[in-house]
Design a binder for this molecule. Structure first.
Ligand code: FAD
Length: 494
């Protein structure tokens, strides 16, 4: 496609991806292009995807969604990070928070000063210097701007899609119920011309957004854009999800509990808890996985188990001809760091930026694909870190993870940190230095040295520097309400 006018956008699929795309595109491009979404009640959605990361707040702001209403509608809680159990070794716990740790000097990150402290008799944990992390463990939270917390949400995925549907339809999106039976290609250009539904309807368009989930009906089924399999780095390929009643007030964080062939999630919402077991089918069969999950649940089950299969990897081209993959159709990298909804948001916002007045160039497509691939590769490396950097050797799964070859990009990051204590964020990488530090140290990688500037502080200066940060955090956290009380008041819940 050299140039073409985009006046009719057709979204295939109405899960979280489809309705996020419909809501955002109709709100921002409503006058430029019509938006039609086709979904099939008969097929349904994947039904998971409840833990998010902070940029979702930006998406909601762009959509002019009032936060309290969003929280009420999706029965959401606030999330300050993820607590990882049994990852470094069985029984070990660490926390990856959305906050920054300590206070950086212009020449060196805080970790260098903390490491200098450790060599000089300080015993306080690195965690004590992170506001969001300390607050999470004390179950305290506030969304008030004065409290300056970095946070995300834990939400009910089905309610979120329903809420976005309402917004999208208000903004002019046309919803078509039906099952897509055939993708009709233009024989000359190879572009998608229309989608034919089982009931005989035909929906024509200029640009098609594939939100059909793992089926990838358009981008792969019809256009064969290709798929890079990353299972050799991220070997989990199955999940079982089940919802339970709450077992107490919701904590402001998600739990990721490793087991001998994968891990289990626990996501507390206002009205229930989302649970699931992610595992590698080469080492655990479905019956054993189900038994393990059902034997490790915090409350009473309220749904039947939802069995899911996936192949970790990425669609080689997220934008191919006149079709863009958004959501699971574009690839999936397991939910360990809750990055999928974020990738949906990235592709939607990228598309909006690259769809000015209707003309699309091949250079836009190439740029889009490069940027999307960079996002995926950076997240991939961060996820692999959790599996590779472990002392666990207690099962064939963990022995395989510890022995695997990792991408050079990740190896460079780990070894630089191990040798020098330094870590750098490149380009627009999603996970900043603070995330890498918390996870690298949480997984047991400790630097052999630190920046010499840290040693310039004498003992007294260092004591004051470190104590001041800890005391400030303690003071700020003590002023926060309990998370459950804040949620109740904020949402006006009973
Ligand atoms: P789906 O929800 O599968 O929607 C596909 C849509 O396409 C449906 O409406 C379906 O009806 C429609 N469709 C398909 N075929 C046809 C057809 N022939 N005709 C008409 N319609 C059709 N993400 C996070 O950010 N955080 C998490 O904590 C998280 N946890 C996850 C856990 C697991 C085990 C898995 C597998 C995923 C998780 N994700 C998570 C990812 C998240 O669930 C998805 O990114 C998100 O739900 C978007 O899915 P989707 O809309 O692309 O696909």
């Amino acid at each position: 496609m050299n140039t073409s006018h985009v006046r009719r956008i057709v979204i295939a699929g109405g899960g979280t991806a489809g309705w996020m795309a419909a809501a955002a595109l109709s709100r921002t491009l409503g006058r430029v292009a019509s938006v039609t979404l086709i979904e099939s009640k008969q097929i349904g959605t994947v039904g998971v995807g409840e833990s998010t990361i902070p940029p979702l707040a930006l998406f909601n702001r762009l959509m002019k969604i009032p936060e309290a209403e969003f929280m009420r509608e999706t029965q959401a809680t606030f999330k300050l990070g993820i607590e990882f159990h049994n990852w470094k070794e069985d029984g070990d716990v660490y926390f990856h928070s959305f906050g920054e740790t300590g206070k950086d000097h212009w020449s060196a990150g805080f970790q260098h000063f903390w490491l200098h402290g450790q060599q000089n008799g300080h015993t306080q944990s690195f965690d004590d210097y992170c506001y969001e992390l300390v607050a999470a463990y004390e179950r305290r939270f506030s969304a008030h701007p004065d409290h300056r917390m970095s946070y995300a949400y834990q939400l009910d995925a089905t309610r979120y899609a329903g809420y976005l549907r309402k917004l999208a339809e208000e903004e002019g999106t046309t919803r078509v119920e039906g099952k897509i039976a055939k993708v009709d290609l233009n024989p000359e250009t190879g572009h998608i011309a229309s989608l034919s539904l089982e009931d005989g309807q035909t929906v024509e368009g200029d640009l098609f957004i594939d939100c059909t989930g793992f089926r990838a009906l358009l981008i792969e089924g019809a256009l064969h854009a290709g798929f890079d399999d990353w299972t050799h780095w991220l070997p989990c390929d199955r999940a079982i999800a089940v919802q339970t009643t709450s077992d107490g007030p919701p904590v402001p964080y998600t739990k990721a509990i490793a087991h001998d062939a994968g891990w289990q999630w626990r996501i507390p919402l206002q009205h229930r808890t989302g649970n699931g077991l992610v595992y590698c089918s080469a080492y655990l069969d479905q019956d054993a996985a189900e038994e393990r999950l059902m034997g490790n649940l915090p409350g009473e089950t309220i749904t039947k188990p939802n069995f899911l299969r996936f192949t970790t990897g990425v669609r080689r081209k997220q934008w191919f001809r006149n079709c863009i993959a958004v959501g699971l159709s574009g690839g999936f990298m397991e939910p360990l760091e809750s990055t999928s909804i974020h990738l949906i948001q990235r592709n939607i916002l990228r598309l909006i930026r690259m769809l000015p007045a209707g003309e699309i160039s091949d250079r836009d497509i190439a740029e889009f694909n490069d940027q999307a691939m960079e996002d995926m590769v950076q997240i991939r490396d961060f996820l692999i870190l959790h599996y590779k950097a472990t002392d666990r050797r207690d099962s064939p799964f963990w022995r395989q993870c510890a022995a695997m070859e990792i991408p050079d990009s990740l190896d460079q990051k780990i070894e630089l940190f191990r040798e020098t204590g330094r870590v750098f964020r490149r380009h627009e990488e999603l996970f900043a230095e603070s995330s890498w530090l918390q996870v690298m140290m949480g997984q047991g990688i400790m630097p052999k040295s630190y920046h010499p500037i840290a040693a310039k502080l004498d003992k007294r200066e260092l004591d004051v520097f470190l104590r001041t940060i800890r005391e400030r955090i303690q003071h700020e956290v003590s002023r926060l309400p309990l998370h459950e009380e804040f949620v109740k008041e904020y949402c006006g819940a009973e």
